[in-house]
Design a binder for this molecule. Structure first.
Ligand code: SF4
Length: 366
């Protein structure tokens, strides 16, 4: 797994954002450094020394050529640096908060009470990021800090016209007063990823452990539609909602035809999902007819529908075109049986933390 947190030493006291410039293995790149850059001074097998206007920074256990252009959030008191933006990835995600007002049965990042406002650091990081990036905004629930989020978009989007955003939100906190604010943003550059787990109110509310959540998400979807926002519906497939997947497809096509796309997602074995695995994991390799029918229905009605996080060999051949590789490189892994697989280059494999006994009854390429 690609490490996102690095061990460091620095002479600074306060947290700060810095971009690393190692220039190693980079041809044709200007060696110009800005005020928020730290340039590589020396490297050994164990450490790499960087320095710049922000001070001296020693990184442990990294190859400098692999972090060239990365934007770090350095926390001197903890001796750590977080790779906020990896230059080698077009998709980086900023975690706005660990607070959330839902308690989803399969939450991959169980909520915490404390919150630190990272927006000022995120704004700086964004200005230093690679051209034409897509930046994910995630949590917890980012819209718990809605006004800060909107302010961030207002400032950052006008200063970096080349960057687009993908926001993961439970859509519980939008109201009509937001319409004017949303309309002032360039909504063509923001994709709102919103979970809807079922067309059955009770099932959706029980999955997110919040009474009234379904009604609120429907109101928010209408509001976002009115504002002209781009929406990606997201449905994690699990035992409690799998039987109703076709009904959900019908609901999406009739009540939410304005969405840009619908992602049906396999479960990630982490956080609460790991604790609840036996009651949640739905083996789509043997139960694919449920998925296939929903997919056929939604596609036939013009909804751009895809399967996220499905190992390719667990998907029938005719449906594999709908199952792109979606697990980010830093958390992607394969099991022993994948070693000689002819589909490996197209297959997203598993999350790094998926059990080696993976739970799919039909597995492997015949
Ligand atoms: S065997 Fe592994 S690499 Fe091949 S399709 Fe299945 S999960 Fe993907």
């Amino acid at each position: 797994m690609i490490p996102l947190r690095l061990k460091i030493e620095t002479d600074a006291i306060e947290p700060y954002v810095v971009r690393l410039r190692s220039f190693e293995g980079i041809s044709g790149e200007s060696h110009h450094t800005g005020a928020l850059d730290a340039a590589l001074e020396s490297a050994s097998a164990e450490t790499a020394e960087f320095s710049g206007a922000t001070g001296n920074l020693r990184l442990f256990g990294v190859d400098p050529s692999e972090v060239n252009g990365d934007v770090l959030f350095v926390v001197p008191s903890r001796g750590t640096a977080h790779r906020l933006i990896r230059a080698n990835s077009r998709h980086n995600t900023l975690l706005v908060t660990e607070r959330c007002d839902q308690l989803c049965l399969m939450c991959s990042q169980p909520p915490k009470k404390q919150h630190i406002d990272m927006f000022p650091f995120f704004e700086t990081a964004l200005l230093l990021s690679q051209k034409n990036s897509i930046i994910g905004i995630s949590g917890g629930e980012p819209t718990l800090f809605k006004s800060e989020l909107f302010d961030f978009f207002n400032r950052a989007m006008s200063r970096r016209l080349d960057i687009d955003f993908h926001v993961l939100t439970n859509a519980q906190h939008f109201d009509r007063a937001d319409l004017a604010i949303l309309r002032r943003l360039d909504l063509t550059r923001i994709l709102w990823g919103i979970p809807v787990y079922s067309s059955d109110r009770d099932i959706h509310d029980s999955i997110v452990a919040k009474p009234g959540a379904y009604d609120q998400v429907r109101k928010s979807l209408s509001l976002l539609c009115e504002a002209g926002a781009k929406i990606e519906l997201r449905t994690v497939l699990m035992k409690p909602n799998a039987p109703g997947l076709l009904d959900l497809a019908k609901f999406v096509t009739t009540a939410l035809p304005f969405v840009d796309s619908w992602a049906i997602m396999q479960l990630e074995n982490i956080g609460y999902a790991r604790q609840n695995w036996d009651t949640l994991f739905f083996d789509s390799s043997t139960g694919f007819d449920i998925v296939g029918k929903a997919l056929d229905f939604a596609i036939s009605r013009g909804i751009n529908t895809t399967l996220y996080n499905f190992p390719l060999c667990t998907v029938p051949t005719d449906y594999r075109a709908f199952a792109p590789s979606t697990i980010s490189d830093w958390k992607r892994a394969y099991v022993a049986d994948c070693a000689d697989c002819s589909l490996r280059n197209e297959c997203g494999g598993f999350f790094e933390w998926h059990p080696k006994v993976h739970g799919y009854e039909r597995f492997g390429v015949a």
